[in-house]
Design a protein around this ligand. Structure first.
Ligand SMILES: NC(=O)C1=CN([C@@H]2O[C@H](COP(=O)(O)OP(=O)(O)OC[C@H]3O[C@@H](n4cnc5c(N)ncnc54)[C@H](OP(=O)(O)O)[C@@H]3O)[C@@H](O)[C@H]2O)C=CC1
Ligand SMILES: O=C(O)C1=N[C@H](C(=O)O)C[C@H](O)C1
Length: 241
């Protein structure tokens, strides 16, 4: 039996993850804000982080000291967090993703394919809606889908994204990838990638009906990651997509 340590165990995802770990016949333990992450790391075989970007540095340090692998599902990460992850991945196995579900992993593949086939006359917009308690925007998934679209087009998302339109912003930039975020209610996570072309439109969508899809995907990733050498891994590798 594998012991999976949960960073953010009392949160919405932490609770769903504990249920998914138990469903998979594995053992869980956890830590929350103010808790002893080094103690948790000593007690488990692999870790899943669904907490807050502020927790990441200490969590990675503890995993590095113990040479143990980690799945990072927390979103709202900044560039410096990605550098920390790249550094850690030289010594331990790390998987970071904005979405651990099978459906979104496949959707990202479809978005990359569509973007590769449609020229820049097809405007790409990523629309997401989440529950009222979500603190970061755009969602990690929206950014992941935007990245897939940019890769399909062979462009850099950093240079082509259009975010936070408000007021007289001027016409939409040609070839840009736009993002829009809605917040309300208890929605677990809805994402649409819209390809708006000349006189026709394609929408690729994913609806999360509840958090167990993320939790089950995270368990699958954690159980896969313990068998991998140091490196930075992705959900398509876990799912063989
Ligand atoms: N990759 C994916 O598939 C998914 C990612 N997420 C992401 O996971 C994260 C958590 O989401 P959610 O569960 O809804 O959020 P919650 O706010 O419900 O839970 C976060 C938990 O993390 C704890 N926490 C905060 N800071 C620390 C810290 N420094 N060390 C340890 N624990 C800490 C919180 O404790 P306290 O309340 O005391 O602050 C809380 O228990 C978000 O970034 C979200 O976007 C969510 C769903 C799927
Ligand atoms: O905060 C959430 O709830 C979710 N966060 C992730 C994200 O930012 O994309 C994944 C999922 O959409 C739910």
């Amino acid at each position: 039996m594998t012991s999976i340590g949960i960073i953010g165990s009392q949160g919405r995802m932490g609770v769903a993850l504990a249920a998914a770990i138990s469903e998979a016949g594995q053992r869980s333990c956890g830590v929350d804000k103010g808790g002893d992450v080094a103690r948790l790391v000593a007690a488990a075989d692999v870790f899943v982080d669904f907490s807050s970007p502020g927790a990441l540095e200490a969590t990675l340090d503890a995993c590095l000291a113990a040479r143990k692998p980690i799945v990072i599902g927390t979103t709202g990460l900044e560039e410096r967090h990605h550098y920390l992850i790249d550094d850690a991945a030289k010594d331990i196995a790390v998987l970071q993703t904005g979405n651990t579900s099978l459906g979104v992993t496949l959707l990202a593949h479809l978005v990359r394919e569509a973007a590769a086939r449609l020229d820049a006359d097809w405007d790409i917009e990523v629309l997401e809606m989440h529950h009222r308690m979500k603190v970061d925007s755009p969602s990690g998934t929206a950014l992941l889908l935007g990245q897939a679209a940019a890769e399909g087009r062979g462009i850099s998302l950093d240079r082509c994204s259009e975010r936070g339109r408000d007021g007289v912003t001027g016409a939409r930039g040609h070839g840009k990838i736009g993002f829009a975020s809605l917040r309300g209610g208890t929605i677990a996570g809805d994402h649409d990638v819209i390809f708006a072309g000349p006189e026709e439109m394609i929408t690729l969508s994913h609806r999360a009906e509840n958090r167990m899809i993320f939790a089950r995907g995270a368990v699958r990733a954690a159980l896969w990651l313990i068998h991998q050498p140091p490196g930075r891994y992705t959900m398509p590798q876990v799912l063989g997509l």
